[in-house]
Design a protein around this ligand. Structure first.
Ligand code: 2DT
Length: 208
């Protein structure tokens, strides 16, 4: 049976500090002598990713379901590399994954179950960490950039969707804390996950 090292992804609203914390976690794990890589979705380097990027930058228009399926395809095109990395012992710290797909697409009115369907069979992570920040706090951290979803009202709907998607398996970290305190908590969570996977863990698929 294929065994894997632990892997996790971080979710949250824009400005919650996800990207910096992912970087810090990878450096920390590497410092501990572990093989670790930072991944992010959307991965804008692929041809599908370039279509997504142009949509997010408002230089192209796409139907809501079409862009949702492209986000999903972007995860699918990385699936086998993800599996190879995990089987070779590299821990992946992923900045956004399928929950973003559901939370953002359903903020446009798409049905949750419809949004989840194309993700069936993607690799399931060991851990989902949600960096929790209020819209107000996020806004204090600086204005949103110019991308399509970076608008207060839209982010409000996304925040509500994350609340609906949230389940007991998620680890929630208060992202309003000082950056070093958030980092400390994340390290503890990851170490706990490393310990629980010490003898390896079978890979599993989403929604099964
Ligand atoms: P970044 O700012 O993190 O690059 O994200 N998104 C992301 C979706 O709508 N669906 C998805 O499946 C994923 C992974 C969230 C760019 C935006 O893309 C959104 C913010």
């Amino acid at each position: 049976m294929a065994l894997e090292v632990p892997w996790l992804f971080l979710e949250g609203l824009d400005r919650c500090g996800k990207t910096s914390q992912c970087r810090r976690l990878v450096s920390y794990l590497e410092g501990q002598g572990q093989s670790a890589e930072l991944w992010r979705f959307p991965d804008r380097s692929t041809s599908v990713g370039k279509m997504i990027s142009s949509y997010l930058l408002n230089t192209s228009q796409l139907d809501d379901r079409t862009i949702h399926l492209l986000f999903s395809a972007n995860c699918w095109e990385k699936r086998s590399l993800m599996e190879t990395k995990l089987k070779s012992g590299t821990t992946l710290i992923v900045d956004r994954y399928y929950y973003s797909g559901v939370a953002f697409s359903s903020a446009k009115g798409l049905d949750f179950e419809w949004c989840k369907a194309p993700e069936m069979g993607l690799l399931a992570p060991d851990l989902v960490v949600f960096l929790d920040i209020s819209l107000e706090k996020a806004a204090e951290r600086g204005g949103y950039g110019g991308e399509r979803y970076e608008q207060l009202e839209f982010q409000r709907k996304v925040a509500q969707n994350y609340k609906v998607l949230h389940d007991a398996s998620w680890k929630v970290v208060d992202a309003c804390q000082h950056i070093e305190d958030v980092e400390k908590q994340l390290r503890e969570i990851v170490l706990e996950s490393v310990m629980s996977c010490q003898n390896g863990k079978p890979l599993s698929n989403l929604w099964s």
